[in-house]
Ligand binder design. Structure first.
Ligand code: HEM
Length: 492
């Protein structure tokens, strides 16, 4: 009897073993171990880049139960995140994000699946090439105001914030130029959330990601989990209030547009408000950061600025502002922008992906649930692709304008705001370069970098055009423009 049951046990085990997928005989990609790794530099993208130089285009690191795969070339990112997008488009689970900060409601951090797909489809209806084209009139007004304000202040970070938030506020919530007190207060709370995410959340996310057991500690030991949860509740409330107000508003906006779409009926209304609130935040800070980088880059590259201004002077002259219709006739400006995104990507290691099933690549095993990071900064500094990559040189995009830009991510998770952001870069950057010289004053040790940068209008004629254009745009009604966007949507 005992013999029989041992036999059955062995048979069942054999069948079970045969049915299991075979454990991979392939090794993980090479990479440093805790003992062999050089101490990470302050800048993690540079550390990853040095690992890829030492070990190859695909590197793995094991920390605790986590496997992290780092992709160091455009080819590897293309092969995995784009060509095998059906399995490489998830996000790593994150206790901090999922349990505290956004409780799974932010589509940018959702796992790959039907809920994410639904949100992503809604984003695409708002941000595809054709729709983004229709928003250019708002960007025209905003950038003219920006130019006009630069006549009286050098506080460009604040002006860029006003530009991006005014464009997003109009689009998402249908708000005109004047923000009344109540709205301002609400949106300030969202602003706090974004600042929190940008400054603190990434570190805290990593701590809990690498050491999930820490989450078992009582709240008193890591109070920031509680703060994140409170901030989440507040933000959620603000997003819903702003969403409901936009629904009752007197002009077209994204909230209304999505509310009327049949796809949105498959999601709770609160989740839709949260999703669009996050889109509002994503649209403000990213674009603002690139524009700030543009200004500091100009102060260190007088020769490049001169070439850009020569092009603007010969194509546009001094009688009018550059406009969207000039884009094709300003190839150096377009190359300048592409090079800016290559040279200083605002998210150097992008947003991590996760792979949802075991895979093989270049003879290596990529285990299911591994976090996959395309090191955008490292890809952009690849000497095999870019000559002297550390030099800011727009000419490389002048020669090859279609060259891929690694700054907006890859594959199915690539940035949906790309077209909107690109239009903002063009209109703001071409107009500032057309109108102003940007110089750095000698800096007192106590002064913040931004306060040492001066904008000087290039001539009285340029100033006159700015004032005239400001008068023209001041008379335009944003609500009317939004209504026209709606009518255009209906026609299409
Ligand atoms: C300076 C401009 C911007 C840059 C450099 C940028 C960059 C990125 C990057 C690197 C990703 C991750 C892609 C990936 O996982 O492979 C991303 C995702 C995303 N971006 Fe942007 N972005 C910009 C502007 C915007 C704007 C204007 C919006 C919205 C209006 C936006 C909305 C989003 C959203 C919603 C995601 C998450 C997509 C998903 O997970 O499915 N971004 N962006």
């Amino acid at each position: 009897m005992q013999c029989m049951s041992s036999f059955s046990l062995i048979t069942i085990s054999l069948i079970w073993w045969a049915l299991l997928p075979p454990p991979s005989r392939l090794p993980l990609p090479p990479g440093p171990t805790l003992l062999s790794a050089s101490w990470p530099e302050n800048d993690i993208a540079k550390t990853f880049h040095s690992w890829c130089k030492a070990y190859g285009p695909v590197v793995s690191v094991k920390i605790g139960t986590r496997t992290i795969i780092i992709l160091g070339t455009r080819q590897a990112a293309h092969d995995l995140l784009e060509r095998r997008g059906n399995i490489y488009s998830s996000r790593p689970s994150s206790i901090f994000m999922d349990r505290y900060l956004n409780k799974g409601l932010n589509p940018a951090f959702m796992p790959y699946g039907s809920t994410w797909r639904l949100h992503r489809r809604l984003y695409s209806t708002l941000l595809n090439v054709r729709e983004s084209y229709a928003y250019r009139r708002l960007q025209d007004i905003g950038s003219t105001e920006l130019l006009h304000e630069l006549l009286s202040t050098n506080d460009f970070p604040q002006l860029f914030y006003r530009y991006t938030s005014s464009v997003m506020l109009k689009l998402v919530y249908g708000k005109g130029g004047n923000i009344d007190d109540a709205d301002h207060h609400r949106l300030q709370q969202i602003n706090d959330m974004a600042t929190f995410i940008l400054q603190k959340a990434s570190f805290r996310t990593i701590v809990l990601y690498l050491f999930p057991l820490l989450d078992k500690l009582p709240m008193v030991f890591m109070k920031w989990r509680q703060q994140a949860e409170q901030l989440h509740d507040l933000t959620r409330q603000v997003y819903v209030e702003c969403g409901n107000a936009a629904l009752q508003g007197d002009c077209w906006n994204w909230i209304r547009e999505i509310h009327d779409r049949p796809e949105s009926k498959d999601l709770p209304w609160e989740d839709v408000c949260y999703s669009l609130g996050e889109l509002y935040v994503a649209g403000i800070y990213t674009t603002k950061m690139v524009l700030e980088t543009f200004v500091t880059t100009c102060t260190d590259h007088a020769d490049v600025v001169r070439k850009a201004q020569d092009e603007l002077d010969s194509v546009i002259g001094t009688e009018r502002l550059p406009a969207f219709d000039d884009m094709d006739r300003l190839p150096y400006i377009s190359a300048f922008i592409s090079e800016l995104v290559r040279w200083r990507p605002i998210s150097p290691i992008g947003v991590p992906h996760a792979v949802i099933q075991d895979d093989e690549y270049m003879g290596f095993h990529i285990p299911r649930d591994a976090t996959v990071i395309a090191n955008q900064w490292g890809i952009n500094m690849d000497e095999a692709v870019f000559d002297s990559p550390e030099i800011f040189n727009p000419e490389r995009y002048l020669e090859n304008p279609e060259r891929h830009l690694s700054g907006f991510g890859f594959g199915r998770r690539a940035c949906p705001g790309y077209h909107l952001a690109k239009a903002s870069f063009f209109i703001v950057i071409s107009r500032i370069l057309w109108a102003y010289n940007i110089d750095r004053k000698t800096q007192a040790a106590s002064e913040p970098a931004a306060s040492t940068i001066m904008f000087t209008v290039r001539s009285p004629q340029h100033q006159e055009v700015i004032k005239r254009e400001q008068e023209r745009t001041r008379r335009q009604d944003a609500r009317q423009i939004l209504e026209e966007v709606r009518l255009q949507n209906v026609k299409n």
